[in-house]
Ligand binder design. Structure first.
Ligand code: FES
Length: 129
């Protein structure tokens, strides 16, 4: 079995931004087609900037670590910048993931996309399309 990087272990044991934002501006819940695990992201948005983001997951350690890193990466970014975040960039920021766990990192990317889509749908006036 391939080992996890120190950064993965660190985010897994000490995940950032766990929980759920009350009255979020956007909420996205996605399931992983491969393992059936679930991820929810809630975001707070001001002037198209993600000011806060939290995640909850019924997912494995790799899903927790990638979501933790992904939330750190999108906080303070515009919603359109957040849409450009890829699971590959998240995995790279964590110094890589074992190939069998790459699908786990998709949850974070997809949940952020879903939360931003939800925000745009609820705020069609504010969202830059
Ligand atoms: Fe399901 Fe990792 S095994 S998210």
């Amino acid at each position: 079995m391939e080992a996890y990087s120190e950064k993965v272990m660190e985010h897994f044991t000490n995940p950032r931004n766990v929980g759920e934002i009350e009255n979020p501006d956007g909420c996205g819940t996605v399931g992983n087609a491969k393992c059936g695990d679930i991820m929810q992201m809630t975001i707070k948005v001001e002037h198209d900037i993600i000011t806060d983001v939290k995640f909850k997951t019924f997912g494995c350690g790799a899903a927790i670590a990638t979501s933790s890193m992904a939330t750190e990466m999108v906080k303070g970014k515009t919603i359109d910048e957040a849409l450009e975040l890829t699971n590959k960039a998240v995995a790279e920021a964590l110094d890589g993931l074992p190939p069998v766990k790459i699908h786990c990192s998709m949850l974070a990317e997809q949940a952020i996309h879903a939360a931003v889509a939800d925000y745009k749908q609820k705020h069609p006036d504010k969202a830059a399309v």
